[in-house]
Design a protein around this ligand. Structure first.
Ligand code: SAM
Length: 274
């Protein structure tokens, strides 16, 4: 048995961070499996002589249509996976995370909350930039993002040599923190995943921010998901918040045409001071 000090150094050397992918591999595999199933059904019922007449025509059209749509969706998911890949050529996720983290400035000894931390990427990026502060990542984990979990976040923090983070399970719609706990709050691409009144989720996050604290919340703030965000900015200003701004990021971290095909149109950073 190696002494602890030696074990932790060798662990850091051998561990590599793995932030996974915003497009879960499991979803691509499921789409691929469904497409393959319908391709088989198309071949069996649409091309061979097992059925005949009108029924054969109907099955031919239906199974072919589902196969083509399934193949297109699978290809789209695969292209997203490739663009988001942390180690790929485009590295879009890394650019967004680093871009959002740039907006989070913490005082020495300060505390930051990252809502919906996933695999810990933003929590760790903020912690690296603010080594004298603490950053807490919360996430509900599981569900569609099955590969994200707390041990993964902790492994990633260790692999990056970061010691000022902690991670815990939590719900963005009802945070387990008292009012005015944090010096900064941040989040990336989380609230749009949650059905319901998304402006109220923003207010729930801001509830935990201290007076004078800052926020940098990145999401797809489209009208269909959030309603009128300019009115929300006005509401925050009326509540006494300062320097509240919605900064479009579809020409900052991505190209406009990428935002369109990736369904990220409306991406923006909501920043300001309480
Ligand atoms: C697209 S991922 C983004 C993860 C991370 N913020 C990042 O930028 O890598 C969305 C995350 O939101 C989390 N999430 C969704 N609904 C949530 C909720 N109600 N409370 C907490 N986390 C939630 C998911 O578990 C997932 O980790």
């Amino acid at each position: 048995m190696k002494p602890d000090s030696i074990r932790s150094v060798s662990d850091v050397i051998h561990e590599r961070s793995d932030y996974k992918n915003w497009m879960p591999k499991g979803m691509i595999c499921t789409a691929l499996a469904i497409t393959a199933l319908f391709l088989i059904l198309f071949i069996v019922f649409g091309l061979t002589g097992i059925v005949s007449g009108a029924l054969k025509t109907v099955l031919f059209v239906v199974f072919l249509a589902v196969t083509v749509i399934g193949a297109a969706v699978t290809l789209w998911m695969f292209l997203l996976y490739r663009a988001f890949d942390y180690n790929g050529k485009r590295q879009m996720s890394r650019q967004i995370i680093e871009g959002v983290a740039e907006y989070v400035k913490l005082p020495d000894g300060g505390k930051c909350l990252d809502v919906g931390c996933g695999s810990g990427a933003l929590t760790i990026a903020v912690a690296k930039r603010n080594p004298k502060a603490r950053v807490i990542g919360i996430d509900r984990w599981g569900k569609e993002y099955a590969s994200y979990n707390k041990p993964l976040c902790e492994r990633n923090a260790r692999a990056e040599g970061v010691t000022n983070t902690s991670f815990q399970k939590g719900d963005a719609t009802k945070l387990d923190f008292a009012d005015e706990t944090f010096d900064a709050v941040t989040s990336n691409y989380v609230y749009h995943n949650i059905p319901g009144d998304r402006q109220s989720y923003l207010l729930e996050t801001l509830r935990t921010l201290k007076k004078g604290g800052t926020f940098a919340l990145h999401d797809i703030f489209s009208r269909s998901r959030y309603g009128d965000m300019q009115a929300f900015v006005g509401k925050l200003l009326d509540m006494g918040y300062e320097k509240v701004e919605l900064i479009e990021t579809t020409d900052k971290y991505m190209k406009k045409h990428e935002a369109v095909w990736m369904e990220l149109s409306g991406s923006a950073l909501l920043v300001g001071k309480k």
